[in-house]
Structure formats: C-alpha cells, structure tokens
Design a protein around this ligand. Structure first.
Ligand code: NAP
Length: 249
C-alpha cells in the first residue's frame, strides 16, 4: 500500500515509554507512523521502528525538538510531502525538571513549559492547516493527573499540563466546525523511564493515593489514545480522559 493511501499518524516523543506504546498500538498495514524524539539516544527510536516492522507496520522517525518552531515545521513538511495528509496527531513529548517552587530555577521552569506546552502549540498550529483543508483530523494531547490535582515539587510540570488542558478545550472549540476533534488523556502513575527513578518514599506516597493499589502500564494509556483516534470517537471533543486507577475521580 502506498504511503498516500494510508492513515497517517504522527506521535511526538515516540522513541520510548507511552509514546512507543501508542506507536505500537496504532501501527498496522494500513497506517503510516511518523514519530519524533529529542535525540537522547537514537537506539530507542530504532528499537521502536523494529518493533513496529516486526508486527507488520511501518514507521519513520526524526530527531526533533518540539520546542523549536523550525524543527516542528520541517518535520511536518516532510510528512505532508510524503503522504499528502495527517490524520492523527498525538502530542506526547514531555519532560520533568522537578524542584520545590521556592527554589525552582527559571531555566527549569522555561524548558518544561517550552517542551510540554509550547511544543504542543507548535504541533497543533502546524498540523491544523493540513487538517482544516482535509476537513478531518484527530488531535490527542498527553496531559497528566497532576495537571488537575497539583503536585508538590512539580510546579513547572503541573502548570504545563494544566495549560495543555486549557489548550485542548480551546483548540476543540475552534477546530470542531472543520471536523477535527481535540482531546486530552491524563495518565496517573505509569511505569516508564519518567517514573522509574522515583525514590521509594515518593513511589509509596503515590501508590497510597491509588485505589487500585498498582501503577499503570504504557499500554493502558495507548488503548485510550487509539480509541480517541478512531471513528468510534467521532462525537467526543474537548474532553480529558483519565487513566489513573482511580487516583483522581
Ligand atoms: P519518557 O519515557 O521520558 O519519554 C519521553 C519521550 O519524549 C521520549 O520519546 C523523548 O525523546 C521525548 N522528548 C523529550 N523531549 C523532547 C523534545 N524536546 N522534542 C521531542 N521529543 C521529546 O516519558 P513517558 O513517561 O513515556 O511520558 C510521555 C508523556 O506522558 C509525557 O508528556 C508525560 O508528561 C506524560 N505522562 C507520563 C506519566 C507517567 O507516569 N509516566 C504520567 C502522566 C503523564 P528521547 O528518547 O530522545 O529523550
């Protein structure tokens, strides 16, 4: 099947963790996956492509800093040149730079906001032009449970995720008349490299807040993203879907 006949899915931060699980869940013979990553290590991205190809799908990856408008535009230009369309955008790329509010360095505040929130703005603004012409599209933003609950030590991260929820609702209202849905998924405590280094005390405190008494897996989140990207979710927009074992109700 040629690339321009396939469903085109773009995922930011697809080299590992939740982004990789989304890429794997959405891949298939009729889908072209494009994902990016910050370039920490290209082996993770290559491993994601291999896993997709082993399952019968195809994927391309690129090193992109979503905080850079130029990087994002170059990345989407390539996708549109090759495929002529973008059906799904998943804004998943995200980082943490934790610290107590009173001691937080300005550079840590800015870098987290630049990647987690401004990065999503760059991608939505760029892809919206293509989706508006198509009069169809799905945009899914990766928020977080802490974006609605707050979390000590994560003022920058929490602000970025709360901002992403506001961005989701506004984009949903602006783009709905053009056949584009925009939703957010808010994971709780999911086992990835983002959470693996949490000190035991912090992990225990987190688990104590989860009624299901266990952490989630990247696949739990990927399943919800795949649903929101599907035809079955065509009347859902502007929503925040929580995947957190009951941590926030
Ligand atoms: P992760 O394992 O640390 O993976 C983060 C991904 O984002 C990697 O692919 C990374 O690329 C990419 N990335 C980082 N900075 C980037 C940039 N400037 N431009 C493009 N890509 C960039 O994280 P995760 O746990 O899977 O988290 C994925 C998303 O879910 C994030 O938005 C996170 O905030 C959110 N989330 C996670 C949890 C959780 O418990 N894990 C809970 C709630 C929300 P490299 O491989 O090159 O570094």
């Amino acid at each position: 099947m040629s690339k321009d006949a396939k469903r085109v899915v773009v995922i930011t931060g697809g080299s590992r963790g939740i982004g990789r699980a989304i890429a794997l869940r959405m891949a298939g013979a009729d889908t072209e996956i494009y994902f990016n990553y910050s370039g920490r290590d290209s082996r993770d991205a290559e491993e994601t492509v291999k896993l997709i190809e082993d399952a019968g799908g195809s994927a391309s990856h690129a090193r992109v800093d979503v905080a850079s408008r130029q990087d994002v535009q170059d990345f989407f230009n390539k996708v549109v040149d090759e495929c002529g369309r973008v059906d799904v955008l998943v804004n998943n790329a995200g980082i943490t730079r934790d610290g107590l509010l009173v001691r937080m360095k300005e550079e840590d505040w800015c870098r987290v906001l630049d990647i987690n929130l401004k990065g999503a703005f760059h991608c939505i603004q760029t892809v919206a032009k293509t989706m508006m012409k198509q009069r169809s599209g799905r945009i899914i933003n990766m928020a977080s449970v802490v974006g609605v609950m707050g979390n000590p030590g994560q003022a920058n991260y929490v602000a970025s995720k709360a901002g992403l929820i506001g961005l989701t609702k506004t984009a949903a209202k602006e783009l709905a008349p053009r056949g584009i849905t925009v939703n957010a998924v808010a994971p709780g405590f999911i086992e990835t490299s983002m959470t693996v280094d949490l000190p035991d005390k912090a992990r225990e405190a987190m688990l104590a807040q989860i009624p299901m008494k266990r952490t989630g897996q990247p696949e739990d989140v990927a399943e919800v993203v795949a649903f929101l990207a599907s035809e079955k979710a065509s009347y859902i927009t502007g929503q925040v879907i929580h995947v957190n074992g009951g941590m926030y109700m």
